[in-house]
Design a protein around this ligand. Structure first.
Ligand code: CA
Length: 228
């Protein structure tokens, strides 16, 4: 692997962090550290990582919750750390979107090996799918679910992302609110069309000076078009 891999290590035990840090330093990895769940989510919001190593028993916000929160916006690979004897439900972990887990005590080299496997899997996935596309000044990566506007990352909620993705993959087509509810939320009868309006409003705010990509068709709905 030639590119530098950025890891966010979330672990409250200093000794464990040190062991992991040393193991990864020998390879082409950069580790960033968080000592509790709250700090982890704050750091995650502001930086891009290639993989997250996440302890489950954490102060402030536990690892389960951190995992769930990260999955709202991102497909970044997540490895859970769990202590032997700790109640650990691996199915629950996978349901929350974790990719792998490792039981303490483990050899740091094994953790490095697991991370490499995950990175390879992600790399292969990105070769299989066309995961990146540009729509004018907006770039969407469907693997990491990251959206960049003029190169800067914007943070969207799950539904905001799906709505934007749907509109961008169906450019120049006008959709009614009801159609968008059906396509993005999966319901039409009981959904409130104003939900669509609120989401569009929030996406536009996040798109900043590219908010004009989403066009309101009065009395009908919305479409996405790259301004000429
Ligand atoms: Ca812990």
């Amino acid at each position: 692997m030639d590119k530098i891999i950025k890891i966010l290590l979330v672990e409250d035990e200093a000794k464990m962090r040190e062991l992991i840090r040393i193991a990864f330093r020998k390879e082409n990895f950069e580790t960033y550290e968080a000592v509790d769940g709250k700090q982890a989510l704050n750091i995650f919001k502001n930086f891009h990582f290639d993989v997250i190593i996440l302890d489950i028993m954490l102060p402030e916000i536990d690892g389960w919750t951190v995992c769930r929160e990260i999955r709202k916006n991102s497909d970044v690979p997540i490895i859970l750390l769990t202590a032997r004897g700790e109640e650990f439900d691996k199915l629950f972990g996978f349901e929350l979107g974790a990719d792998d887990y490792i039981v303490k005590p483990f050899s740091p080299r094994e953790l490095v090996a697991r991370v490499k496997v995950l990175m390879r899997r992600t790399e292969n996935k990105s070769k299989d799918l066309s995961s990146q596309f540009d729509i004018g000044d907006i770039n969407i990566n469907t693997l990491s679910r990251e959206v960049k506007v003029e190169g800067s990352l914007i943070i969207l909620t799950n539904k905001e992302y799906e709505l934007l993705l749907f509109l961008t993959t169906n450019q120049n087509i006008v959709f009614t609110r009801e159609q968008l509810l059906l396509k993005v939320w999966g319901y039409e009868q009981y959904g409130d069309p104003r939900t669509v309006d609120t989401h569009v409003k929030r996406i536009r705010e996040k798109l900043g000076n590219k908010s004009n990509y989403i066009i309101t068709i009065w009395g009908v709905g919305y479409k996405l078009e790259v301004p000429k």
